[in-house]
Design a protein around this ligand. Sequence first.
Ligand code: CO8
Length: 260
Amino acid sequence: MEFQNLLFEVQDGVGIISLNRPKALNALNSTLLNEMGALLDDIAKDEQIKVVVITGAGEKAFAAGADIAEMQSLNAMDGRAFSANGMKHISKLETIPQPTIAAVNGFALGGGCEVVMACDIRIASTKAKFGQPEVNLGVTPGFGGTQRLPRLVGPAIAKELLFTGDVIGAERAYQIGLVNQVVEPEELMNKALEMAKKIAAKGQLAVKMCKQGVNEGMNMDLSRGLQYETELFGLSFSTEDQKEGMAAFLEKRQAEFKGR
Ligand code: CO8
């Protein structure tokens, strides 16, 4: 697949997506969002890709938001359509079966922060900056910020960030639970790939079921969630990976999972 605004490569079962408009700080225009959506549709069907890492091209930004130049002249109907389209594509980071890791190298503002929050795991460079500055532009977030931010950091801190538009550094993002880890900039991709490869070596069906269990369970009450986990646990016993994983443990050897 050829892309105008993305780079994509696969390394040892890890798909690496780079948002690639560095001159505009990787601002998310419709072309980029549509390309990302199409690529994630393909990745979802590709059993060779076990984990996805997403980052921003260039030194400065993961993505500094939705493209303000493209949005400037939108009317209410167009704005709604722009939001719905971006929301649909960005949500694929959450809904594809494979785990997704954001490697946040710089500004992750507005739509950029919303892409980061749709990922399963977030690793930030010490240079990363996060925020939902939409109120400075007279608009609300439109790619999930009012919904995913409170689910990650709680409503009080989410409201502070949404109402003030404040931009926070990686350390505060870590303290409030917005990111999983903070690492030196030169270590960022190594650490993200290290985690991705660790996950890729596990039983892939079990990893996918864990993702599904958390995602679905977050929308259920505890007793239904626990029932759902029982169903997933039972299902995992229908896999060859379960036979291999338990046999390898008892035979004191490394498991060789096949993802079946
Ligand atoms: N959109 C378009 N272009 C951008 C964006 C953006 N979000 N951010 C930066 N750029 C461009 C700049 O215009 C500039 O272009 P040029 O060189 O042609 O003038 C280039 O990138 C470099 O930017 P700066 O010169 O501003 O770089 P600085 O280092 O001085 O500042 C900042 C970096 C602080 C990140 C600054 O660029 C900035 O504040 N950017 C905007 C941040 C922002 O407000 N983001 C939120 C956007 S709204 C949003 O994401 C809503 C999502 C949901 C949409 C749903 C819609 C309906």
